[in-house]
Design a protein around this ligand. Structure first.
Ligand code: 1CP
Length: 354
């Protein structure tokens, strides 16, 4: 009697996680920074209903819905938790408000006494709705899709905590770090501890990978980059690995330029998020094959769509061929992006054979 053919087993390890562990699969996994957000009409509608951005983040039912919205439309390989990097300072007791049309405002820190007010008393309680969101998304996500948890890296979070707002320059924060390095170090240590707790809980609740957003890493000259970007990130990576040796960690030191390969090697991240400016072919040459590169389409190309976008996407895919790679943007989706362009991007990516 002929033997029945063996049932094909599909791995339940999400494709994105496989890439972060160095595997080259049959398709290139993709997700987009800010994939849930204002370019989607269904996001804008729920945002209006929630009343405020904070309310959207801290109402698990809404945050789960928003996290999954892009995956209802497109075949992305990962959902990214809907939250914000500034919930960590908020949970440490700093005041936080998102001003309509302007952005975040925090009660800026300027003296050592201001730092003393930061505390862990209500930390986990304040973040509990975020953990509930992680659990809720994980329950609804198919096994082959990854849930990415995230936090801001300590340097970038400190920039907002000292400056009190996002102005792109963060002069007060940089001057604070330069003039009072010991006080600044104690701030960085506090944020690092908080971020470790926050990410470990996200992982415990079901995050399959985590990304550290260091959006303002590029503001620092080399010795400070070493001290405030690489140092705390390396400590976070080893802290997380101590508890979860196999959880993939993606670092996104935006603007790191020539420091990218050193950042990857010295922090030990599994994945390296490339910004728009950095050359992919250069990064492929200079970074170890052990690190999975992620990036780096200019969000403006997604805004523009059409043939120009297709050419760029194919260039990126051809260059990364044969290496573990995650397709993404070099920064977040621009809010004016037509949703159809994301559909066009998804179709190009799925048609590409590795
Ligand atoms: O009005 C609105 O609806 C709020 C806009 C918005 C959104 C959609 C903010 C305010 N935050 C978010 C969500 C968010 N933020 C996510 C969700 C997941 C996803 O990507 O889909 C993530 C990962 C972030 C991370 C984040 N927040 C970063 C790092 C990435 C980056 O953009 O460089 C930073 C710097 C922030 C701070 C922040 N939060 C919001 C704004 C407008 C800003 C930027 C402030 C500034 O510097 O101008």
């Amino acid at each position: 009697m002929a033997q029945a053919p063996k049932e094909q087993t599909t791995s339940t390890v999400p494709y994105l996680v496989q890439a972060l562990h160095g595997q080259v699969g049959t398709h290139v996994p993709f997700w987009l920074m800010r994939q849930a957000g204002r370019y989607l009409p269904e996001y804008r509608e729920l945002r209006k209903k929630a009343g405020s951005f904070m309310n959207l983040c801290f109402t698990p039912e809404h945050a789960v819905t928003v996290t999954l919205q892009p995956l209802e439309r497109y075949d992305m390989d990962a959902a990214i938790l809907f939250s914000d990097i500034l919930v960590v300072p908020y949970a440490l007791g700093q005041t936080l408000d998102f001003v309509e049309g302007e952005g975040p405002r925090l009660g800026a820190l300027s003296t050592p006494e201001d730092l003393d007010h930061l505390n862990f008393d209500d930390f986990e309680k304040k973040l509990d709705p975020v953990y509930q969101t992680v659990t809720g998304v994980k329950e609804r996500l198919p096994a082959h899709k990854a849930l990415i948890g995230f936090a801001g890296a300590p340097w970038t979070v400190a920039c907002y905590m000292v400056q009190g707002r996002g102005d792109g320059e963060f002069t007060a924060a940089r001057a604070f770090a330069a003039n009072q390095p010991d006080v600044f170090e104690s701030l960085i240590d506090k944020i690092t501890e908080a971020t470790a707790l926050y990410l470990l809980r996200q992982i415990a609740c079901g995050a399959d990978a985590v990304q550290l957003f260091d959006s303002w890493a590029g503001l620092l000259p080399e010795p400070m980059f070493e001290k405030w970007v690489i140092g705390p990130t390396a400590r976070l990576v080893s802290r997380i690995r101590g508890q979860y040796p196999d959880i993939p960690i993606i670092g996104f030191p935006r603007g790191a330029g020539a420091m990218y390969p050193r950042y990857a090697a010295a922090t030990g991240v599994n994945g390296l998020g490339l910004d728009t400016q950095v050359s992919l072919s250069w990064a492929l040459r200079e970074c170890s094959r052990d690190v999975c590169l992620q990036g780096n389409l200019d969000p403006v190309h997604l805004l523009a769509g059409g043939q120009a976008m297709e050419t760029e996407v194919l260039r990126i895919l051809e260059q990364a061929k044969g290496r573990p790679f995650i397709f993404n943007l070099g920064h977040g989706v621009i809010k004016e992006t037509p949703p159809e362009h994301v559909a066009q991007l998804a179709a190009i990516l799925r048609a590409f054979k590795v």
